[in-house]
Design a protein around this ligand. Structure first.
Ligand code: PLP
Length: 378
């Protein structure tokens, strides 16, 4: 075990990937060069697309440590990470079973791209997974906290399907982050994060991360070097900086998320709030539920107008930043689906996905209360 592996999360976040060597800066230097003189020695960086510069090594070591994995990989987006993983684990003739109501672009990748290469996909809620398995199911894909409903998923159902099929279990952990959930410690084979969200945390970098055992990572990397899509060196440095504050940010997102969900549930005009803290069931594999929640407003609430009236909440489709954001899945994440498909998933014009940031939660609650006041008076 290396010294860093025995550290607690908060200390790992400060020290893994740091070069505490005499004469080196406290913060690593950016490798600007695209290519490197190698003298034909193995394991030296050759070319930045191959993800083997010192900047890649630093951030990948931290991604691996956060997920208790043998290996971490970083990509130029969450979708590049999902694409690289699925292309590496599936071949023509295989089937992937995906959690119903997952992130819209993951569904799009399966239906519009993988299908062209002879990879079949189907979608089902986790409690129907065992019956939805096929002889050729090779990958099971789910989200620890689902998008856009922000509901923690039942791991036991995913593990039962894995057991029955022998397929690899892949988890998108974007809404939880490794502070709240470490899927590899609970029997998941590959964990993916849209690091654009909580991992980087400042809404200023698009990136993705993968953590898994070495043998699987080698397969993914062997494909990714041809597909392209690994993160740039400057992206690696920026992500490393964002990661250093992950735990303090997540603790604050968790606390704000719980308070906002509880108090918004009682507001006039709010029909239902979806946040793990309100479920009251044990879900021990997810420790806390972040700032992500979905709120269904009553039919009499004009939702686009309401969002426009919020002073502290930006109506944008991303999440996981320091500032509070909100979006209507109907118009954003699930826009490309037909109206009927969206309605079948419970996605309608009254549903809003909130990403509660690091503001004082009392100010956020006052902002929502004020925007809803018009409906109390009428
Ligand atoms: N997974 C989830 C759950 C997401 O919400 C997103 C983006 O919103 C992605 C993956 C894709 O990430 P990116 O936008 O970094 O490609």
């Amino acid at each position: 075990m290396s010294a860093n592996e025995s550290l607690n999360l908060a200390s790992q976040l400060q020290h893994v990937g740091a070069q505490h060597r005499l004469g080196r800066g406290l913060v690593g230097a950016l490798e600007q060069s695209v290519t490197f003189a190698t003298s034909h020695v193995d394991d030296l960086p050759v070319y930045a697309r191959l993800s083997n510069t010192s900047n890649h090594a630093e951030v990948c070591a931290l991604v691996a440590a956060l997920h208790h994995a043998e290996t971490g990989l970083v990509f130029s987006s969450g979708m590049a990470a999902i694409h690289a993983v699925l292309c590496s684990l599936l071949k023509p003739g295989d089937h992937i079973l995906v959690q119903e109501n997952c992130y819209g672009s993951t569904q799009g990748l399966c239906q519009k791209i993988l299908s062209r290469w002879g990879i079949e996909s189907s979608f089902a809620p986790l409690d129907e997974w065992e019956n939805a398995l096929k002889k050729n199911t090779r990958v099971l894909f789910f989200e620890s906290i689902s998008n856009p409903y922000c509901l923690p998923q039942k791991l036991s159902q995913a593990l039962a399907a894995r057991e029955k099929s022998g397929a690899l279990l892949v988890c998108d952990n974007t809404f939880a982050s490794p502070v709240n959930c470490t899927p590899l410690l609970h029997g998941v084979d590959v964990v993916i994060e849209s690091a654009t969200k909580y991992l980087n945390g400042h809404s200023d970098l698009v990136c993705g991360a993968v953590a898994c055992e070495q043998s699987i990572a080698e397969k993914i990397a062997a494909n990714a070097m041809y597909i392209g899509g690994f993160l740039s060196t400057s992206g690696c440095m920026q992500l490393l900086k964002g990661l250093r504050t992950l735990k303090v940010r997540m603790n604050a997102h968790n606390e704000n998320g719980r308070r906002f969900a509880a108090e918004a549930s009682n507001m006039h005009g709010v029909a239902k709030v979806y946040h793990g803290s309100l479920l009251g069931e044990s879900n021990s594999w997810i420790k806390d539920f972040s700032g992500m929640m979905a709120i269904r407003f009553e039919n009499y609430v004009d939702v686009p107008k309401l969002l426009g009236n919020l002073k502290l909440v930006s109506d944008v489709p991303s999440l996981g930043g320091t500032e509070t954001t909100a979006c209507m899945p109907w118009w954003t994440t699930n826009r490309w689906m037909t109206e009927a498909e969206k309605r079948a998933l419970g996605i309608d014009e009254q549903l809003v996905r909130f990403s509660i940031g690091l503001e004082d939660v009392n100010d956020l609650l006052a902002d929502l209360r004020c925007a809803l006041q018009v409906y109390t008076l009428s």
